[in-house]
Design a protein around this ligand. Sequence first.
Ligand code: HEC
Ligand code: HEC
Ligand code: HEC
Ligand code: HEC
Ligand code: HEC
Length: 261
Amino acid sequence: MSYKTSPAIALRGIVIAFLIGLFVPMAAYGHWTLPPVAPPAEYGNLLINRTSEKNGVKPVTFSHWIHRQEATCRVCHFELEFSMKVNTTEITEKTNKAGLHCGAASCHDGKAAFGHDIPNCEKCHNGNISYGKEKFAEVAARLPKSNYGNKIDWARARNKRLILPLHFLTVKPSKDVKFTSKLKLDAEWPNVPPAVFPHKSHIQWLDCNNCHPDIFNIKKKTTKHFEMERMVKGEFCGVCHINVAFPLQDCGSCHPGMQSE
Ligand code: HEC
Ligand code: HEC
Ligand code: HEC
Ligand code: HEC
Ligand code: HEC
C-alpha cells in the first residue's frame, strides 16, 4: 500500500477547498438565531394546555408525525379549523363530543379512532410530550429518510404513495384551482442563492387558503418583509418550517445552491 496522494484525491481536495471557500461566507450570513429543533421522535409533538390543567385534566399530547400519515394539513388546518399556533383554538370537551375538532366524523368519533369516553381520556390527556414514542422507530424505518426534523422525507413519502393521507373530510378541494408553478424567489441580498417554492409539493398537503392571503400575497415578490429574520420568528415559511415541516436548519432544501447547516 502506498500512502502517496493519488491525483484523483488531490483533485478532490482542491474541489473541496474551493467549495469551502465558497460556502464560508454563506454560513456567515446566518447571524440570526435558528429556533432549536426537538429530537426526531418529538419533532412536531405538542402539549395542548389552553384549558386542560385549569379544568383538572392533564395537558393533551398531539403528535403531527402520527396524524400526518392519516390526514393532510388541509383536513385539520382548513376544514377542522385548527389554528397553526398551539393553544389558540377553542377546543373543549363539549366541541369534541359534538363532532367538531378531534371528535369530527372519521376521526376520534369512537368508530374510525377511539372516542371521547372513559377509558380513553388518558390516551390524549397524559401530559407526556413523547407519548407514542415507541411506535416512532417502526414508522421511521418504513419511510424515506432525511437529515432534519423527524428525519423522515415526508414529501417523498407522499410522492411515492408510501403514505396516503386523507385530503378532505367534507369540503372537496376545488378541481379548477390546481396551481403547480415553481417559483424562484431571489433574495434581496447579493450573492445569496435564491430560494425555490414548489407549489406542487405544497398543495398535496395544504389548501390555497392556508397560505393565501394571510401568510403570502398571491403575486410573486410582493410579500412585505419576506426575509429570514422574520422566518426564524415564525412568519412566512417559518409558520410551518420550524415545528412541523422540515426545519430552517435545512438551508439546502429551500436554497438549492446552499449547503445545509
Ligand atoms: C382525542 C383526544 C381527546 C380525548 C380522547 C379526550 N379529550 Fe378532553 N380534550 C382534548 C383536547 C385537544 C382538549 C383541549 C385542551 C386544551 O386546550 O387545554 C380537551 C379539553 C378537555 C377539557 C378542558 C376543557 C373543557 O371542556 O372544560 C376537559 C375537562 C376534558 N377535555 C376532559 C376529557 C375527559 C373527561 C375525557 C374522557 C371522557 C376526554 N377529555 C377525552 C382531547 C381529548
Ligand atoms: C389531525 C389533525 C392535524 C393534522 C393532520 C395536522 N395538524 Fe397541525 N396542528 C393540529 C392541532 C390540533 C394543533 C394545535 C392547535 C391549537 O392548540 O390551537 C396543530 C398545530 C400546528 C402548528 C403550530 C405548532 C406550534 O408549536 O405552535 C403548526 C405549525 C402546524 N400544526 C402545522 C401543520 C402542518 C404543516 C401539517 C401538515 C404536514 C399539519 N399541521 C397537520 C392538528 C393537525
Ligand atoms: C405553502 C404556502 C402556499 C400554498 C398552499 C399556496 N401558495 Fe401560492 N404562493 C405562495 C408563495 C410563497 C408565493 C410567492 C409570494 C411572494 O413572492 O410574495 C405564492 C404565489 C402565488 C401566485 C403568484 C405567482 C406569480 O408568479 O406571481 C399565485 C397565482 C398563487 N400563489 C396561487 C396559488 C393557488 C391557486 C394555490 C392553491 C392551489 C396556492 N397558491 C397555494 C405560497 C403558497
Ligand atoms: C423553508 C425555506 C427556507 C429555508 C429552510 C431557508 N431559507 Fe433562506 N430564504 C428563504 C426565502 C423564501 C427567502 C426570501 C426570498 C425573497 O426575498 O423573496 C430567503 C432569504 C434568505 C437570505 C437573504 C436575506 C434575507 O433574510 O432575506 C439569506 C442570506 C438566507 N435566506 C440564508 C439562509 C440560510 C443560511 C439558511 C439555513 C440556515 C436558510 N436560508 C434556510 C427560504 C428558506
Ligand atoms: C403552511 C405550511 C407551509 C408553509 C407556509 C411553507 N411550507 Fe414548505 N412544506 C410544507 C410541508 C407540509 C412540506 C412537506 C415536507 C415536510 O413536511 O417536511 C413542505 C415541503 C417543502 C419543500 C420540499 C418539496 C419537495 O418536494 O421535496 C420545499 C423546497 C419547501 N417546502 C419550501 C418552502 C418555502 C421556500 C416556503 C416559504 C416561501 C414554504 N415552503 C412555506 C409546508 C409549508
